[in-house]
Write a protein that binds this ligand. Structure first.
Ligand code: ATP
Ligand code: MG
Length: 589
């Protein structure tokens, strides 16, 4: 099936998009101008926390709600920009008090609780390097990441400290302080070995609510983000304060954010999306950020969108597929009239899901593409631009993209429509500045001034980009290069299929054959008749060279903690190979 282009028609009562005309926006854009939209520190330099919070207080917007926190139990806590400014000042003072110097690393291991946002902003103010860890990690993945970054401070809860840190504490000689967020004043235990323990609230109460941020050079290291570990061991991507220029510009252009928006990013700050767009970008714009402590629940999510009048919603394909599975009636039972823009990132967004958004939510889903390494959105479907379902959209103004092939020592650009590696001209402000302790690996990512993403894609004559697959996941069968995404999307068009993962398995003649693992919608039986029907559907849709030769039914697919399908694991299990590092596997380690 060829998916129809979704033409954008201005909706009555909706404001004109920030980016109204793509070509014009590209011609007019410069990073210097984007930098000029920021305040900069009064004392010189550029600091993420100042742009995100203090700036608004200075400019008279201190009473606006910056963070609306939804607790697991159903409580709502509002924090104004002035509240966040004062709390993060206290945290920066606390770090100073504990002897934490600029450049030292602060880890957080917390769910989405207010202390996480305070610790992040306070660390940036202190010019410490923030590294937010996903709170569901067990001791081993935590130890592996800490061994790379050697944090001086960890902010976590008493329970997580006892269960996840104490068992590995001997391996963390660099960890001088643990700050526990849920310990009543006076109750903090004494030191645990070399690590001193403090109670978050008590510490903050003892510190002043004013803090003078030191002039921060824009190239100062700000954040260390571990990649999702979909293709192997996670890497520690280094990001600097200047990245805020891109966080703000992309929030405006690609997410269409404006200061009076209520914005909900469902990603956890343990992943780059949850920091770049779950904290920095929207706060730099001046929005109200919604943060829900609870994990995914279809009913709760629709209730949240309706009750808090969310205007812009940034989520992920996994969540959208789960909402699709929950049925359209649930969506239609809620008032989603405040929603203006929906975006998705993290995995390929099947055309099916784009259209489902239009039908069930009244808005198409806007896919965008980026990585931990790029720090911010690089390709996007913009609010004013027609959508070609299945496409990642077009490069951000100020970002130059190409589809290339490595040729000898250099690169060659492939013809329009041909697949190759997606490359970006180096130099945008949120580009990573290194993989910590892996200089060679970092150097290998660049050729002739271009950053090579490791993802295969193609562009079309209209300048839209299409995801093909990760370079490591591409299947070579009988002389064809087959992207798993295309096969998975075709399978998902069948009404019985809710999710699919596709890999190559060895074949004596074709080199590799395509094998699909399929999860069915409730009410469909995984029997031989359905298997044959799906094989026939795929052959009709894709042709025999690309269609899977085998289909296996599964109750679920292995995925990373951040929700991505792990094809490498499907393959390892299928072939009986070692499964490698599973620390990033959901439910694993
Ligand atoms: P690792 O690098 O450790 O294997 P990872 O690549 O999954 O993990 P992230 O940086 O979180 O870690 O994810 C970025 C990757 O996610 C992209 O390189 C791409 O493969 C995939 N991705 C993100 N957005 C999209 C999208 N819109 N369409 C297709 N793929 C996407
Ligand atoms: Mg990656």
């Amino acid at each position: 099936m060829d998916w129809p282009i979704l033409h954008k028609i201005p909706r009555a009562g909706m404001p004109a998009p920030n980016l109204a005309d793509y070509a014009q926006a590209c011609a007019a854009f410069s990073w210097e101008q984007a930098r000029a939209q920021l305040a900069g520190l009064p004392q010189g330099g550029l600091n993420i926390a100042d742009e995100a919070v203090d700036r608004h207080v200075r400019e008279g917007r201190g009473e606006r709600v910056a963070l609306r926190w939804l607790s697991k139990e159903g409580g709502v806590g509002d924090f104004t920009y002035a509240d966040l400014a004062a709390l993060s000042n206290r945290f920066a003072n606390a770090l100073a008090e504990l002897g934490v110097q600029a450049g030292e690393c602060v880890f957080t291991l917390l769910g989405r609780v207010p202390a996480l946002y305070v610790a992040a902003l306070g660390s940036w103010k202190r010019a410490a390097v923030l590294s937010p860890l996903f709170a569901a990690f067990g001791p081993e993945p935590i130890a592996a990441r800490m061994a790379i970054a050697e944090p001086a401070v960890l902010v976590t809860s008493a329970r997580l400290f006892a269960h996840r840190i104490v068992p590995i504490l001997e391996r963390l000689p660099f960890l001088r302080h643990a700050i526990l967020v849920d310990v009543p004043a006076g109750d903090a235990a004494p030191a645990a070995g070399h690590c001193r323990i403090a109670a978050f609230e008590e510490l903050l109460d003892a510190c002043a609510p004013d803090y003078a941020i030191a002039p921060t050079a824009p190239e100062t290291l700000a954040t260390l983000h571990f990649t999702s570990g979909t293709t192997g061991q996670p890497k520690a991507a280094m990001h600097v304060h200047a990245a805020v220029v891109a966080h703000r510009a992309t929030a405006v252009l690609a997410l269409d954010l404006r200061p009076d928006d209520v914005f909900w990013c469902t990603a956890d700050p343990g992943w780059v999306t949850g920091t770049s767009y779950g904290i920095i970008g929207p706060l730099a714009v001046g929005c109200t950020l919604l943060a829900d402590e609870e994990e995914f629940d279809a009913e709760r999510w629709y209730r949240t969108l309706a009750a808090h009048r969310v205007g812009v919603w940034y989520t992920a394909p996994t969540a959208l597929r789960m909402l699709m599975k929950a049925g359209d009636a649930l969506a239609r039972g809620h008032d989603l009239s405040a929603l203006r823009f929906i975006a998705s990132v993290g995995e390929p967004l099947n055309p099916e899901a784009v259209i489902w958004g239009q039908d069930a939510l009244g808005l198409p889903i806007h896919d965008n593409w980026w990585q931990t390494e790029t720090g911010g959105i690089m390709l996007a479907n913009y609010a004013a631009m027609d959508i070609k379902p299945g496409s990642m959209g077009k490069p951000l103004p100020g970002v130059e993209a190409r589809i290339v092939r490595r040729a000898g020592q250099g690169l060659e650009t492939v013809a329009t429509g041909e697949q190759g590696e997606l490359a970006l001209k180096a130099g945008w402000p949120s580009m990573f500045r290194g993989y910590l302790k892996e200089d060679e690996r970092y150097a290998r990512c660049f050729v002739d001034g271009w950053y090579l993403s490791g993802d295969l894609a193609r562009s079309d004559a209209d300048g839209y980009y299409w995801f093909v697959g990760r370079a490591d996941d591409v299947i070579k069968s009988a002389g064809h290069l087959i992207g798993p995404f295309e096969v998975e999307s075709a399978l998902m068009e069948h009404p019985a299929v809710v999710e699919a993962g596709v890999i190559g398995v060895p074949d004596p003649i074709a080199l590799e054959a395509v094998k699909a693992f399929v999860v069915l919608r409730p009410g469909h039986a995984p029997d031989e008749a359905l298997r044959r029907e799906l094989l026939a559907h795929a052959r009709r849709r894709l042709g025999p060279a690309v269609a899977p030769r085998e289909i296996a039914f599964r109750d679920s697919l292995p995925r990373t903690r951040s929700g991505k399908i792990m094809r490498r694991l499907l393959k390892a299990r299928e072939l009986g190979l070692p499964e490698g590092d599973l620390s990033t596997l959901e439910g694993g380690a």
